[in-house]
Design a protein around this ligand. Structure first.
Ligand SMILES: [Fe+2]
Ligand SMILES: [Fe+2]
Length: 178
């Protein structure tokens, strides 16, 4: 039994405010990619999916004259830092195990190099997985942030992914016991 499910996270008003801002369709796609990659690399599927779902929770809208301003964004963006902190606070509030909350926050912090002065940081496999998952769903000009999904479909996809995670964690436990 997990302390926090994706559905708990999805239904929280902080998620509804900030993940919605950068797009639920992108967040859910990245959560699924991260889940499958974690399964493939034998990493923790629960942390990968949560970090994938929350990776862009730190986004700020860089608007100038009513339009997204890429120049401002490139220059001033710190969404991985803000996101790591915001996601960590949310997870702890929901009752997540602190070790797992920290790992999730770090995977969010390192999901992109875009805010770092260099691109030579060493990532753990789990951190690489969240970065790859994000890149898999990227579209030119940031179009992935504007893809939409109906709220009911988003909720169903989240419930389905929770079931996949539970099945995978149950299977891993069975394998350890046998
Ligand atoms: Fe991002
Ligand atoms: Fe992203």
């Amino acid at each position: 039994m997990r302390d926090v499910t994706l559905l708990n996270i999805f239904e929280h008003h902080i998620t509804q405010k900030y993940v919605k801002r950068s797009g639920f369709a992108h967040a859910i796609a990245v959560a699924y990619h991260a889940f499958h990659l974690a399964k493939q690399y034998k990493e923790n599927v629960d942390i990968a999916a949560k970090a994938g779902f929350l990776h862009d929770i730190g986004h700020f809208t860089w608007y100038r004259n009513g339009k997204w301003d890429y120049e401002l964004y490139r220059k001033n963006d710190i969404h991985p830092i803000k996101g790591a902190e915001r996601a960590h606070k949310l997870l702890i509030r929901l009752g997540e195990n602190p070790v797992q909350a920290k790992e999730t926050a770090l995977a969010i912090l390192f999901h992109t190099d875009s805010f770092l002065p260099t691109n030579d940081i060493e990532r753990t496999t789990l951190q690489k997985i969240v970065k790859w998952a994000d890149e898999k769903d990227e579209e030119e000009g940031g179009a992935h942030h504007y893809r939409t999904i109906k709220i009911d479909r988003a909720r169903e996809s989240i419930i389905r992914l929770d079931q996949l995670i539970d099945a995978e964690l149950g299977l891993a436990k069975e394998q350890r016991l046998s």
